[in-house]
Design a binder for this molecule. Structure first.
Ligand SMILES: C[S@@+](CC[C@H](N)C(=O)[O-])C[C@H]1O[C@@H](n2cnc3c(N)ncnc32)[C@H](O)[C@@H]1O
Length: 365
């Protein structure tokens, strides 16, 4: 019940003062009783949004091909931890594992570790992976995944981690915060709060410029980088966002496939913001791991054989099915504004001792 979370947030603000957007996001998505992801399966046409693995099995299958290639580059370690961060319904992992059957030695070496906080989605993942015939381990955070060589995959995970928002007004930086009005309702306001020097893009931002910073995302990227540098392996991060740091208000709340106001019924809408890939790449590099990219999702999938896979799936099937597959290809790799091909990007990271992973073969980090 969303009223419960709204009241609880109002009580916290009354007791502690204005709340950062990051704390609001953390509660709205992850509150143990009322958090958006903790209480529902939000995917699909009848839910709030559709992710790439839910568009088509081809997405997870091609990521499976990428993982098999990464494993070979790593020198075929056995066992290898196959880690997925924020696995949703488990669809990507199920499709990935099915595709990995083309390389039985890889499939046999895989130990699956899922990082997931939602009990509802953990149950969905368990059901999706029942048939896969592999041992699956769940963790609340990456810290719980045992040490060892690993391949990590994260699709639309980082965009759900909290961001802080700052706005430049009257010649000074302010932080965007949630306050309560005289009737106990939530509203968005600002409080004077300087932006740390190392977060600034320049000395003279325009009036009204908004900058988002995401220490929580940076911390996870750093932990991925630390693991890969220490134990070897590769990571694939897919999300929507920008390749270079820039100003802009990208926070959004979505319910039933529509945008809604950020503070409307907290806990009942998905809240995300664009991922700053330059910031993630810098955190990975600081931890001693080589970042590659990002590249547009469309280029990445096409280089892995999206067109050929689509043709194979069509086979001699019905025209309706062929049209559905073509629509999925367009959605995943098309460059239009409502398609995922360029809005979504792929960042790869790998142990510096390894040759660059696909599709960066021959690149220098
Ligand atoms: C937008 S969904 C993406 C799901 C899936 N990767 C897909 O592409 O369909 C975000 C996922 O991250 C999980 N999640 C969100 N915040 C998390 C956190 N702090 N720790 C672990 N999982 C989290 C959610 O429960 C959900 O499974």
């Amino acid at each position: 019940m969303s009223g419960g979370l709204e009241r609880e947030i109002a009580e916290i603000v009354a007791a502690d003062g204005p709340m950062t957007v990051a704390r609001f996001m953390e509660l709205a998505l992850g509150h143990p009783a009322h958090g958006y992801y903790m209480t529902r399966d939000p995917f699909g046409a009848g839910g709030d949004f559709v992710t790439a693995p839910e568009v088509s099995q081809m997405f997870g299958e091609l990521i499976g091909v990428w993982c098999a290639q990464a494993w070979q580059t790593m020198g075929t370690p056995d066992p290898v931890r196959l880690v997925e961060l924020g696995p949703g319904r488990g669809t990507l992992m199920a499709d990935l594992l099915r595709a990995a059957r083309i390389m039985p030695v890889f499939r046999k070496a895989i130990e699956v570790h899922l990082v997931e906080t939602s009990p509802v989605l953990r149950a969905a993942q368990k059901a999706a992976l029942e048939e896969a015939g592999v041992a699956v381990h769940w963790h609340d955070s990456l810290a719980g995944v045992p040490d060892g060589p690993a391949i990590l995959v994260a699709n639309e995970f980082f965009d759900a981690l909290p961001v802080r928002q700052f706005v430049f007004r009257n010649g000074a930086w302010h932080e965007v915060v949630i306050g309560i009005d005289g009737d106990g309702g939530l509203f968005l306001g600002v409080v004077p709060h300087d932006l740390p020097e190392d977060e600034r893009l320049d000395e003279a931002p325009e009036e009204g410029a908004v900058l988002e910073i995401a220490p929580a995302r940076r911390a996870v990227a750093h932990e991925i980088g630390r693991r890969l540098a220490r134990w070897g392996g590769a990571a694939l991060i897919v999300d929507y966002g920008h390749a270079a740091r820039d100003y802009g208000d990208t926070l959004q709340a979505v319910r039933g496939h529509d945008h809604v106001p950020l503070l409307d019924r907290p806990g009942e809408s998905d809240i995300t913001s664009h991922v700053d890939f330059a910031d993630l790449a810098a955190a990975l590099a600081r931890a001693g791991t080589a970042p590659y990219g990002p590249v547009p999702q469309g280029d990445f999938l096409e280089s892995l054989g999206l067109t050929a896979r689509a043709e194979a799936l069509k086979g001699g099937g019905e025209p309706d099915m062929a049209a559905e597959i073509d629509a999925a290809v367009a959605r995943l790799a098309g460059r239009g504004e409502t398609e995922m091909g360029s809005l979504f990007k792929v960042l790869v990271a790998a142990d510096r001792r390894l040759p660059p992973p696909y599709p960066f073969t021959g690149a220098t980090s």
